[in-house]
Design a protein around this ligand. Structure first.
Ligand code: HEC
Ligand code: HEC
Ligand code: HEC
Ligand code: HEC
Length: 422
């Protein structure tokens, strides 16, 4: 009887340690036979030096440390936070792996910053198992690993911090307090991370497809955020709008009055940044959804501008989200041969009427999109790196370097020059 109890006890301890959904900490990944080699190895499918790549050159490893700098202190002061930035959930939730103790089964230190499990998911269900011969990626995913090969999943992991969601967000209060504006495009940002994965020549989870799925995921998430603002007490939320509507000099700039306003003159407008490039992808994947979404987006824009109709905004945001989510699978299966990539680049570079009446954030998404598509071409043809096309894309980034000095007409001029090189 006694032995039986001990056995049961042991079994339940064993079961608790392996219960999926618990975080084990970065130290559990770094054995030299696992992800802690100092050099990339050729013995398995993976590089095995992931830990040192992350530790030495990935900004995510440092994301907690910056909460100790002067800028963070000023943000915390302006927000009237009770504690220091490095003690407050509102900062920790995006700048480190901030897990409630009940979900920690190893050693998760705030100092470790955004470690493996912040992106790959809690490891308790698969860490020990996934090194066994014959164990598959799918088995790990079933045991709680985030499937980063699935683009919608990867997008939602990155966007949770790089765009925000209903639990954590860089809203106008954070920005006014001193936080940088967030910009994100899935493919560019994935490729800007120091890669700790092997880059295949033909790889469906990187490149144009990642860009396309990332665009619809970001729009969908931004509509969620808009709906969340409209439901809650943060209405109107200025970060839903184009910053330059309110932040510009009092002297007339000429181009705004030239451009005019979609509704009453002088009202701030909703920022179309997440719809700007996606429109063109939806137009390819499903033209009738494009027409419906153009209509919904129009409703969102006028209702956001009036500032006193949160319920109507909520309605339009929910409608638009339903449509874009239903089109995403079609966007995910668009074809991306070099010809398709070039054709889309030409369409984007010819989208000048839209950009002339839009904002710098939409121009940013346009430049990021073109950059991402151009890299899809250069991957197959490295000589393009020294071509007029590449120089013309660099010129676009030059135009958006200063958000304050941005002028649509100049950007469009550079865009037209790029079109000539395609
Ligand atoms: C929704 C997620 C999110 C929240 C909440 C958040 N941040 Fe950030 N923060 C980011 C991201 C993402 C970046 C990087 C921006 C980039 O480079 O694209 C960043 C950048 C910064 C930077 C500039 C970093 C640098 O290297 O110059 C500072 C400082 C900062 N955050 C402090 C804070 C503080 C303090 C708080 C809490 C009041 C906070 N953040 C809350 C996501 C967040
Ligand atoms: C900021 C998010 C992020 C962090 C932090 C991160 N990874 Fe990754 N990891 C990725 C992405 C994105 C991929 C690429 C997935 C793909 O190619 O489909 C990847 C790929 C990998 C792969 C290759 C998987 C495969 O099937 O080829 C391994 C192994 C890996 N990561 C291990 C680690 C380890 C170990 C750490 C911590 C030291 C870590 N990662 C930290 C995002 C992250
Ligand atoms: C837990 C929140 C979180 C997650 C998840 C996350 N990031 Fe980040 N990311 C940050 C923060 C915070 C920073 C800024 C760190 C700093 O400046 O020190 C950052 C910085 C970056 C940078 C450097 C930006 C620059 O201006 O140099 C890139 C690139 C990046 N992230 C890509 C990604 C990608 C791709 C994913 C998904 C695979 C991802 N991140 C997932 C929070 C996150
Ligand atoms: C509807 C008008 C409106 C919109 C849109 C708006 N803001 Fe503001 N912003 C204000 C007001 C009002 C203040 C507080 C007054 C002040 O001190 O300038 C402010 C303050 C600020 C501040 C702090 C003041 C300063 O001089 O540094 C920053 C930074 C800022 N906003 C950035 C942004 C960014 C970035 C966006 C777009 C994401 C944005 N704002 C959108 C109205 C707006």
């Amino acid at each position: 009887m006694k032995r039986m109890t001990i056995l049961l006890l042991l079994m339940s301890v064993g079961a608790a340690a392996q219960q999926p959904g618990h975080y084990e900490g970065v130290a559990s990944c770094v054995n030299s036979g696992c992800h802690g080699s100092t050099q990339p190895l050729n013995t398995t499918r993976i590089l095995q030096n992931e830990y040192y790549t992350w530790l030495n050159s990935d900004r995510h490893a440092q994301a907690y440390n910056i909460l100790f700098n002067d800028r963070s202190a000023r943000i915390a002061r302006n927000m009237r936070l009770k504690g220091k930035a490095y003690q407050e959930h509102v900062c920790l939730d995006c700048h480190t792996t901030n897990i409630p103790p009940s979900l920690v089964s190893g050693k998760v230190d705030l100092e470790d910053g955004i470690q493996c499990e912040a992106c790959h998911g809690p490891a308790s269900g698969w860490r020990a198992e996934h090194t066994a011969a014959g164990w598959t990626h799918e088995q790990s995913v079933a045991a709680g690993m985030a499937d980063l090969r699935s683009l919608p999943t990867r997008a939602s992991v990155c966007l949770s911090c790089h765009l925000g969601n209903d639990k954590k967000e860089v809203d106008h209060e954070l920005i006014a307090s001193g936080h940088p504006i967030l910009a994100f495009e899935l493919d560019n940002y994935t490729e800007t991370m120091p890669p700790h994965w092997r880059r295949g020549k033909e790889n469906d989870t990187h490149g144009a497809r990642a860009f396309a799925v990332g665009q619809s995921a970001a729009f969908s998430q931004s509509l969620d955020n808009l709906a969340h603002h409209a439901r809650g007490e943060k209405w109107p939320e200025f970060s839903d709008m184009s910053c330059i509507n309110c932040h510009h000099s009092l002297e007339s700039s000429g181009w705004r009055q030239e451009r005019g306003w979609p509704g009453r003159a002088g009202l701030p407008s909703w920022s179309p940044q997440h719809w700007a490039v996606l429109r063109l992808l939806v137009g390819r994947a499903n033209p009738s959804a494009r027409a419906q979404l153009d209509n919904d987006v129009q409703l969102i824009a006028t209702r956001v501008a009036r500032m006193n109709e949160p319920n109507a905004v909520l309605q339009a945001a929910v409608d638009a989200k339903r449509i874009i989510d239903s089109v995403t699978p079609q966007i995910a299966t668009l074809s991306w041969r070099d010809d398709d990539v070039r054709a889309l680049m030409r369409t984007i570079a010819g989208d000048t009427d839209f950009l002339l009446t839009s904002d710098v954030h939409s121009a940013e998404q346009t430049a990021l999109a073109l950059q991402s598509l151009a890299s899809a071409l250069t991957r197959n043809n490295p000589r393009l790196l020294k071509s007029p096309m590449t120089a013309a894309i660099d010129a676009l980034f030059e135009e958006i370097k200063s958000r304050e000095r941005y002028e649509p007409a100049r950007f469009v001029q550079k865009l037209t020059a790029l079109r000539g090189t395609l």
